[in-house]
Ligand binder design. Structure first.
Ligand SMILES: Cc1ncc(COP(=O)(O)O)c(C=O)c1O
Length: 429
């Protein structure tokens, strides 16, 4: 039977600290017992179990000098992942063309299978690459479209994706119809309606960001995708912020194409990403970096990236194990708990405005706040100067404030300090 002590021993191994040097010592039965620890306790109750999360915090090597609340930008990797990169790097450097290309690369197919299983799709639909930009640009720039074809997207989509579509607009005469919304907006019916309003008989693609990076709002991707499909329109989903953050499988979102970074919520090594393309759509997408068969229906045609660090790619496997050990439901519940912990209190402080709806269907870990009379850059700079809290200033469309993103290693003391900082700044504005 799984006991608490057994669990603590196992998870300490996961920390890569003094008990066991790496996660690699754990058998699949051990992993099973970590993930099924306290099965009688729901993910929701576990969300506030500080003993459990303390052990997870020990798995990371984050700086004690600053409090990093910009995990939305890029996340740190736990020790077990860092060690794998280092180990594979040393190994590869013994004779790169042999150890990297012939030995390490043998891990690519098992990794593809594991990522596919985690995502609820076929391995024949998964390509491993370097980031969400590369994954999504593969689709945005590779879809065969012609002059006059229309795209529906929002000004709240990520700049790299806006730029890629705009380049096609400029170069090939496509037309982008922007959805007319202002975030935050706690009304999914209205959001779906605003997307539908922009769909015309010429619309070929709807581009949807599942979690908007600017304020952390979750968009009703499946509902928008269903409306698009009713009209014969294809759907590209930017899952950079939702993958390994919210509990879902890729098909639940109803898209045809999905791209994500793995160095955000999966805590995989920096410079890792993933593309999913529905099997029957693969052949028509021209790769960004072509191989000899650009029209093939083999998903591997999108991995012709040239020489790159396979040690980063292969250590994605350790990050995936780490994620599975925590469990998606538990992780999502904890991230909601952390966001609520600071955001609910912050919203009670005079002059502070929360610009993210905090109900679980509208947001996960990311949230944005502003202080009346103080612009984004100043709030961010003062939080760092006085409290050594690192956040992300966000001035975009009508948002003017700071985005706060905790991760699984964030402690409640860190968030108490953030609240002290916000209270202090609100009295100065
Ligand atoms: C919504 C969204 N899409 C795409 C990206 C691009 O991710 P990457 O820099 O890993 O390519 C980001 C990065 O923050 C993002 O927030």
């Amino acid at each position: 039977m799984t006991t608490r002590r057994h669990f603590i021993n196992q998870i300490s191994a996961l920390a890569g600290a003094s008990l066991l040097p790496t996660f690699k010592g754990l058998s699949s039965n051990d992993l099973q017992s970590i993930s099924s620890f306290s099965p009688e306790k729901s993910a929701l109750l576990m969300a506030s179990d500080e003993d459990y999360w303390y052990q997870i915090q020990q798995a990371y090597t984050v700086s004690p000098q600053i409090i990093n609340l910009n995990n939305g930008g890029v996340s740190p990797a736990p020790t077990v992942v860092q060690n794998a990169v280092e180990r594979y790097s040393k190994f590869a450097n013994e004779a790169p063309s042999y150890f990297m290309w012939r030995i390490l690369d043998q891990g690519r197919e098992p990794l593809r299978e594991n990522l596919a299983k985690f995502s609820g799709v076929s391995p024949e639909e998964i390509a491993i690459n370097r980031n969400a930009t590369e994954a999504l640009d593969t689709v945005i720039l590779g879809l065969p479209l012609t002059r006059g074809d229309e795209i529906v997207m929002s000004k709240y989509d990520y700049p790299n994706m806006l730029h890629a579509w705009r380049q096609r607009e400029l170069r090939e005469g496509l037309k982008i119809n922007y959805v007319n919304i202002d975030l935050p907006l706690e009304d999914n019916d209205l959001i779906v309606q605003k997307y539908v309003e922009q769909m015309t008989p010429r619309t070929k693609v709807v581009h949807i960001t599942h979690i908007v990076n600017w304020n952390g709002q979750i968009l009703p991707a499946k509902r928008i995708a269903d409306e698009a499909h009713k009209r014969g329109i294809e759907v590209v989903i930017d899952g950079a912020h939702s993958f390994a953050h919210l509990e879902y499988k890729i098909p639940d979102l109803g898209g045809d194409y999905f791209g994500t970074s793995l160095h955000k919520w999966l805590s995989a090594p920096i410079g890792s990403g993933m593309l999913w393309v529905k099997k029957e759509k693969i052949s028509k997408i021209f790769p960004l970096i072509p191989n000899d068969k650009p029209n093939s229906d083999n998903i591997r045609k999108f991995e012709n990236l040239g020489t790159r660090p396979f040690m980063i790619e292969q250590a994605i496997g350790q990050a995936l194990n780490f994620q599975l050990a925590i469990g998606n439901a538990r992780k999502e519940a904890r991230l909601h708990f952390l966001k609520n912990y600071w955001a609910k209190e912050a919203s009670k402080i005079p002059k502070v405005k929360l610009n993210t709806p905090i109900k679980p269907e509208y947001s996960g870990a990311l949230a944005h706040f502003s202080i009346e009379g103080m612009e984004a850059g100043k709030v961010e700079a003062e939080l760092f100067a006085k409290y050594k809290i690192h956040t992300s200033p966000v001035k975009w469309e009508k948002l003017d404030g700071v985005r706060v993103t905790p991760h699984v290693y964030t402690s409640l003391q860190d968030l108490d300090r953030l609240l002290d900082g916000i209270k202090y700044l609100s009295t100065k504005s």
